[in-house]
Design a binder for this molecule. Sequence first.
Ligand code: ARG
Length: 381
Amino acid sequence: MVRCPFHAVLPDAVPVVERASEPDEYAFLAEAHGGKVPPGRLAVFRAALAEGLPAPLSTEELRLAGRLAWRNHARCIGRFHWRSLEVRDRRDVAEPERIAEALREHLVAAQSDGTVRSLLTVFAPPARSGASAARIWNHQLCAYAGYRGRKGAVLGDPKNTTLTEQALELGWKPPAERGRFDLLPWIIAGVDGRPRLFPLETGLVREVPLIHPEWPWFGQLGLRWYAVPVIADMCFHAAGTDYPAAPFNGWYMGTEIGARNLADADRYDLLPVVADRLGLDRRSNRTLWKDRALLTLNEAVLHSYAVAGVKLVDHHAASAEFMKFCEREQASGREVSARWDWIVPPMSPATTPVYHLPMREFTTTPGYRLQTPAWARSVPV
Ligand code: ARG
């Protein structure tokens, strides 16, 4: 008999019905065990699956699953570093208060004085198939409020208007004077689906004030961004089990902030502002005012993170690393699943080698997957 960490007592050998999806789900175990899965191990997983229980992965197996989920992620250009992912096994935690505590620990460890450590924290999966699990409502652990005003104007990050409204409804007290960069609280629901609010203590989230190496006026724009993107709303999937609460982070690539978050017309929309400060003529596209403003914003991001001592990669270095990653994967006999529109940087794309690389996306496991927003499944607030 084998006792799995979910307190189910499972017989050692269970008759299994072979299913086409099974080899894929468990193929990674061979890698976890240095090429050969110990006898009986697969039967344990299949038995759990047949009973509707979570896969009883050891902490070591979970760690490799987390790393492989990163290695597999078709949208990530940073996968060269997949081996460095640290995995925190918190499968014993499903209660919002304890999740919030573990999230604080995750964030502090990830920020780690600017070095930025890649981390995954895995919380309890559903106790059995069909049951619900705790969920983090935030898309990222660090994010700025977006307050919807009259006539569709938004103060802050328009990406986060829904979460901002939900937080306000749950009783969140924003700063007396609302600003463009107000950090949002966390909303965490336990297995009962009821959302609970966790305001962040001051100083928990590390931020970087944005300045430009040549333009002193840039600092007066009052722009900032947080140090580490921790994705909190994706579902980690491994060995046939979904982990709906499994936040993870890497470090930023400059263009994510400078060419998207601050530049997109439906985000902070700062290109016209920067172009005007640069004294560019915005009446014609052909002055390339957008391109020059974009360049200025991205120079500011790279410079500011370096000055603050916070790790952030530029898109040229990241592209070169991705090419190395692809070479290594090929040498290991694995095809890389990749999505061209996500891998290619949003700035000067054709100057990077990834632009010229044919890519194909296919389903892989373990993986980090999109899932239905938590609030769509919860009980009314
Ligand atoms: N693009 C997202 C953002 O700007 C973050 C996605 C994850 N990025 C990363 N470098 N791990 O906030």
